[in-house]
Design a protein around this ligand. Structure first.
Ligand code: 26Q
Length: 789
């Protein structure tokens, strides 16, 4: 890369776009100029990668979400130009960090599933795999969160406000999308995915909805101004905003429109590309294309594919279905019943009658197959795609798909043995496990440059950045005092940086010498932030009773967004903020423990919090968290896991050793045994500490104005509400074990050398959780593709 040409490009860009020199440009303008300059340097290589893929089998990843975060820093890291560009900007008197901080996150996803898609994009390109992503270009990504009067308030996310230098609008590749009540354009925006080293550049294609014509002049001339604009608005609404829920949500018409818009555009694009390369004979489609469906959100791709082959290419239904059964594979990300998508059949029929007809045909084919196998009608009922007026998306995906995978070993076993057991009996060969992973480039090389340098120094090269299993070699330093001390000093540096950032963003001062105990993830009852809060409240009471309690100083750090319509999740945020205030008002406690709930937790915030964490809290009810990926990011940055035997925690502990983590609580089997005679009230009656904690929810301790705002939480735990059983997530049953294990944490943390050793063992054994490993398994075990040479 030419330093001089980047400078020249930036000068030219600023002149042409803003009418000023770089020297006079604002930081946002510099960000735009620099990003565009980098784009100009990669377009040729991007083109070369695309061309190389023309003679290979390709995999297409279709996902409604991509939680990309910022692009600039990551792209510089992957191009291995970070330091060079930093120097170059210094010559212009510009600080690269400040420029990076200007960039808005591309938050086109909710949480784990969307971030996984982003990590997979990075790893595919780094592994030189022919993979293309398809997604939606939401104008507004995940809402921004702030707190007002101790409660979450949402604001619109306007990630495009400084422009979008990281995509290219491909007007010529536009396709039309037909709904029963309207026809719209889908315009692709291509985002380059730069693999580490910069040799391979893949594509993420994001579709944007636009009206066929900007304006209906007939209506306008008739002075029907509102009507003239209505059509345009209705169209643009399709990709206006990301739905902010990451579990349930039933029956929203616009959401269904979004899903069909995504898959129709993507499938049309794939078929067009196939025809250009291989002609009109679709028998070979599966030889050239594999399609991965990221959860059920894009499952309408299946009937859409069949529709195109039948209605537009003149194939028979049977033949088209046969081809589809070799092309599609499906990833399941959840066991929660309420999160399995079931769409109202009537709604679907109304919006796309032809697609609905095809789904009926698919269902009929399934029934015929089961009849031939001699299944009884009762049995067949369990498999139906259309059942009781609902379309079961997962059923369609498993029947038509040639593979279905879970995202961690435990999760896949639960799918096979319980949730999808009947499907497993029918198609045992379709079931696979693909344990999730994370990209070490963003989550270590970019986010923790200090630790990266130490690792490169100790391993003698930076090869580990592309082969994370090499971190294993770090185990040989487990008794090396120099390494252990440097590890501690790096952690301290990251904690100071986070403290500064929290001071700037939240106006709160935290002590970098305290233990940073971190729980960051979406807010959900099953993730049990409330259990963590209950522990903190108990600790508050203990400290009030005995200010000399022998514990290290602790800062509890939370970050979480609640779905705006999820009342109970919002109450948990409110409760944690109230506990933080209570502690701050109590002199004998506030110098020992502190609670910080950061606002607007996001990918870029995670990049600061995770490297600074001493302890990783992963405390979901066993059996509920499919995998988790934050757990892997924290491990990679040297935080031992404080967690339950759930999701990928099981594998994390198997890799790094039980002795280097803090595992507590009920396991899946325990919960299954307890389920039918669980009475949380017994725990409350028998444990004075639990009673004291829960009573504080309603006796004014946390709610001095006595509004009763925490009564719902109290009752949800002790009596159950709206026909739900009390304490569905077993907080009371796990409280005692939680407490004992956290006391063990405090004991361990006293021996800082020992703690550093645990930290080192976690880093050294995190190699298995690279998304490079995960994506290579998808490539060889599902898609049948291999790296380009
Ligand atoms: C469904 C219907 C209507 C509207 C929205 C949705 C919806 C949207 C997002 C349902 C679920 C999601 C997201 C789920 C998710 O993030 N799951 C997480 O996936 C991670 C990656 O595999 C796992 O690590 C987590 O355990 C899992 O919770």
């Amino acid at each position: 890369m030419e330093k001089q040409s980047i400078k020249e490009y930036m000068e030219m860009y600023c002149k042409m776009t803003y009418g000023k020199t770089v020297k006079h440009a604002t930081t946002a303008e510099v960000w735009s100029a620099l990003s565009t300059a980098i784009m100009s340097q990669i377009v040729d290589r991007w083109y070369v990668t695309n061309k190389a893929y023309k003679s290979q089998k390709m995999a297409f990843y279709i996902s409604a979400e991509y939680l990309m975060g910022r692009a600039l820093g990551n792209n510089l890291i992957n191009l291995q130009e970070y330091d060079q560009v930093k120097d170059l900007l210094k010559e212009l008197n510009i600080n690269l960090n400040e420029v990076e901080e200007m960039e808005e996150d591309a938050a086109l996803g909710n949480g784990g599933l969307g971030r996984l898609a982003a990590c997979f994009m990075d790893s595919s390109a780094t592994m030189h795999l022919p993979v293309q992503g398809y997604g939606l270009r939401y104008r507004n990504g995940l809402f921004k969160q702030c707190f007002k009067n101790g409660e979450q308030v949402e604001e619109a996310d306007e990630w495009l406000k400084y422009g979008d230098p990281w995509s290219i609008r491909k007007e010529a590749d536009m396709v039309y999308i037909n709904f029963s009540d309207m026809k719209v354009k889908a315009i692709p925006y291509d985002v380059p995915i730069i693999g580490f080293g910069g040799a391979t550049i893949n594509t993420l294609r994001l579709w944007q909805a636009e009206p066929l014509c900007e304006f209906d002049f007939n209506l306008y001339n008739n002075q029907q101004y509102d009507k003239a604009l209505e059509q345009k608005n209705r169209t643009e609404d399709i990709t206006r905003v990301l739905y902010p829920n990451d579990s349930t949500e039933q029956g929203k018409l616009l959401r269904l429109r979004q899903q069909y818009f995504l898959v129709s555009a993507s499938v049309q694009d794939m078929v067009r590309d196939f025809k250009r390369r291989h002609g009109n004979v679709f028998d070979d489609f599966a030889k050239w294309h594999a399609v991965q469906l990221n959860d059920t959100h894009p499952v309408l791709a299946i009937p859409e594919f069949i529709r195109i082959l039948v209605d537009e290419e003149g194939e028979s239904f049977e033949k088209a279905l046969g081809t589809a059964r070799k092309v599609f594979a499906y990833t399941n990300h959840t066991i929660l019943q309420e999160a399995l998508e079931k769409w109202d059949a009537y709604l679907m029929q109304k919006l796309f009658p032809r697609i609905y007809q095809i789904i009926e045909q698919i269902d009929a084919a399934l029934v015929q197959e089961l009849r031939e196998k001699g299944y009884s009608d009762d049995r067949i009922n369990m498999y139906h795609i259309i059942k009781e007026g609902k379309v079961h998306m997962a059923h369609m995906a498993i029947y038509v798909g040639f593979a279905i995978n879970g995202v961690a070993k435990l999760h896949t076993e639960i799918l096979k043995n319980t949730e999808l057991h009947h499907w497993y009996e029918l198609y045992p060969y379709k079931f696979q496990n693909k344990t999730n992973g994370i990209t070490p480039r963003r989550w270590l090389v970019l986010a923790n440059q200090e630790l990266s340098s130490l690792i490169t120094e100790k391993l003698g090269s930076n090869e580990w950045m592309m082969d994370l299993s090499l971190l294993k070699q770090l185990t040989k330093f487990v008794e090396d005092d120099e390494v252990l001390e440097r590890l501690q000093s790096i952690k301290y540096t990251k904690k100071c940086q986070l403290a500064e950032c929290i001071k700037a963003r939240e106006g709160i001062e935290i002590d970098p010498n305290s233990l940073f105990d971190v729980q960051v993830k979406r807010l959900h009852e099953y993730k049990r932030q409330l259990l963590n809060a209950m522990y903190i409240l108990d600790l508050y009471f203990r400290l009030k009773e005995n200010p000399n309690l022998d514990i290290p100083k602790v800062t509890f750090i939370f970050g979480a967004k609640a779905f705006p319509g999820y009342y109970r999740a919002k109450s948990v945020i409110k409760l944690i903020l109230a506990i933080g205030d209570l502690i701050n008002r109590t002199p004998e406690v506030k110098d020992k423990i502190q609670v910080v709930f950061v606002t607007n937790y996001s990918v870029s915030y995670a990049e600061r919090i995770i490297p600074a964490a001493d302890l990783s809290k992963q405390i979901s009810t066993a059996g509920k968290e499919a995998s988790g990926t934050g757990n892997m990011k924290l491990m990679l940055n040297g935080a031992p896991t404080f967690g339950t035997y759930d999701g990928a925690n099981v594998e994390i502990v198997a890799e790094s050793g039980e002795e280097n983590n803090f595992i507590f609580g009920l396991r899946v089997e325990d919960i299954n045994n307890l389920r039918n005679n669980y009475n949380p009230k017994e725990y409350y009656d028998k444990s004075p500490d639990l009673k004291r904690v829960l009573d504080a929810f309603i006796d004014g301790t946390l709610d001095p104005a006595n509004t009763g705002c925490f009564r719902d939480l109290y009752e949800a735990l002790l009596v159950g509400k709206n026909w739900e059983r009390p304490d569905q997530y077993y907080l009371l049953a796990d409280f005692k074990a939680f407490k004992a294990m956290q006391d063990k944490v405090f004991e361990c943390y006293k021996d800082r050398r020992k703690w550093a050793q645990m930290s080192l063992m976690n880093i050294a054994n995190s190699g298995a959780f690279s998304s490079d490993r995960t994506i290579m398994q998808y490539a060889s075990e599902i898609w049948g593709i291999s790296p380009i040479s």
